[in-house]
Design a protein around this ligand. Structure first.
Ligand code: EPZ
Length: 438
């Protein structure tokens, strides 16, 4: 088992380069299945969710070759299996994108149901509703989702909730369906637009991605393409907060400032200085940090995936802040760990009250999910003393070389292995790992 050991109190300064977006990459890689020719995907982040996606593609029969730093050539023409088994799917929530991609291409798919996960109930009813509207039938048995369709035809799909996953899956299934599909109440996240741009670069006809109505006119063939994944908005936001929490001054490169707007606005309210350039931002703090309130919402609102990080910053600010989590039921599980570091946070349902104490103290803590792990890293960087973070596999699912990038900014952080777990502890950790998915 690995853990991060952080000696806090160092200002982050210098430059950091942001990697490709996890939540775009985990949809674009399965989307390659839809192509009738090989594709090259660039700016793919080195994270374990990507490793798993590539492994699934290989297990299905695709040829996957690394063609340079963070780039892969994927030939989907050799795919001859249409199943993602439990053993692989349980490791990554986003394996549900193989449902839409396989259905869209082969009119059949068999994928393990995404398991329980640390963010609370994660239904896929809206995904199934979209597939059925396009002409598919499904069965659920022994934890597997089986999809079949004689043919797929365009239809109107209205989502009851704004959902990123179901919007992307509907796009994947509809892109080769006959006729026009109209998705209403669609999610508008940057990764939705990125998936649409990727599919269009293969010859698809998708309009309106980034608004709440997406129109897709089905095409018969999709051809090969070379495509570069957008920069990761949440990784960038996490570094913005880390720089602010250490009262640092650094430049974050390879970002799309427009994607960071809701994060930038909140940080400015807290007292963080931000200067935007074409594809980079400078972040620095030269005064006190002050309270603010945050409500998470689908894009362009404040992202739930930045909630734990900004909460950590607010423990260092003056005054009482309120955070309302509107997307996931169990996204305050990191609070107990932050309390161990001296934070004063009270949670009541979907609302957290943060009394800014201005300081945190190092402690041994445990990451309970990806963004909780990021929050604990930020806390450790800002705290006095030593913080040891366990279960960092959660962090490595979504952050590309987090500790290396932080070290380059001057942080004192190292990854160490500790082999001394009892059998029982190892089983619990394995169990946690299997539950972890997004
Ligand atoms: C995506 O999850 C992201 N994951 C999550 O990122 C992110 O937190 C979330 O979107 C919201 O932005 C990936 O992109 C791989 P949803 P997703 O479908 O698609 C309800 C991270 O830290 N819902 O937009 O699974 C659901 O319960 C992660 O990187 C239904 O009711 O989320 C939730 O309340 C974690 N029925 C809301 O919609 C459905 O069929 C939004 O979920 C689907 C969703």
């Amino acid at each position: 088992m690995d853990k991060f050991v952080i000696r806090g109190g160092r200002r982050l300064t210098g430059e950091v380069i942001i990697s490709g977006a996890k939540n775009a990459a985990v949809a674009i890689l399965p989307a390659v299945i839809l192509s009738d020719e090989p594709c090259i995907i660039e700016n793919v982040p080195s994270i374990s969710d990507v490793t798993i996606s590539l492994r699934i593609l290989k297990e299905m029969g695709a040829e996957v070759t690394c063609v340079g730093h963070d780039a892969y050539r994927i030939d989907p023409t050799t795919i001859d299996k249409f199943c993602v088994p439990y053993e692989t799917a349980r490791k990554m929530r986003a394996s549900y994108y193989f449902l839409g991609a396989l259905l869209g291409k082969f009119h059949k798919a068999r994928v393990s149901m995404p398991g329980g996960c640390p963010l609370g109930d994660r239904p896929i009813d809206q995904h199934l509703k979209a597939f059925c509207a396009l002409g598919a039938q499904y069965t659920l048995s022994q934890g597997m989702v089986d999809l079949t369709a004689d043919s797929l035809h365009g239809n109107q799909i209205f989502f009851d909730v704004v959902t990123v996953g179901a919007t992307m899956n509907a796009m994947l299934a509809a892109v080769k369906a006959e006729g026009l599909t109209v998705i209403e109440n669609a999610a508008k996240e940057p990764h939705i637009v990125d998936l649409a741009n990727f599919l269009n670069s293969m010859g698809a006809n998708i309009m309106g991605a980034g608004t709440d109505v997406i129109k897709i006119r089905g095409v018969e063939h999709l051809h090969g393409t070379t495509y570069s994944v957008i920069p990761d908005q949440i990784e960038a936001g996490t570094f913005m907060v880390a720089i602010a929490a250490t009262k640092g001054d650094a430049i974050i490169k390879n970002v799309i400032p427009k994607h960071l707007e809701s994060i930038t606005k909140k940080l400015e309210k807290i007292g963080v200085n931000i200067e935007q350039y074409d594809d980079s931002v400078r972040v620095w703090v030269d005064g006190p940090l002050v309270k603010t309130n945050v409500k998470t919402a689908p894009h362009p609102g404040f992202p739930t995936d930045m909630q734990s990080q900004i909460a950590t910053l607010l423990t260092l600010a003056e005054g009482t802040s309120i955070i309302t989590e509107n997307i996931w039921e169990q996204r305050f599980r990191y609070v107990d760990e932050l309390r161990r570091m001296g934070a004063d946070i009270t949670v009541n349902g979907k609302v957290a009250l943060i009394e800014g104490t201005g300081k945190l103290m190092g402690a041994p803590v445990k990451a309970c999910d990806l963004r909780a792990g990021a929050a604990l890293i930020i806390a450790g960087l800002a705290a006095s003393g030593i913080t040891e973070i366990e279960d960092i596999f959660h962090i490595e699912r979504g952050y590309d070389c987090m500790e290396g990038k932080l070290r380059a900014l001057g942080a004192d952080i190292e990854k160490v292995s500790f082999p001394d777990k009892t059998e029982e502890q190892t089983e619990t950790a394995e169990d946690d790992k299997n539950k972890a998915a997004s």
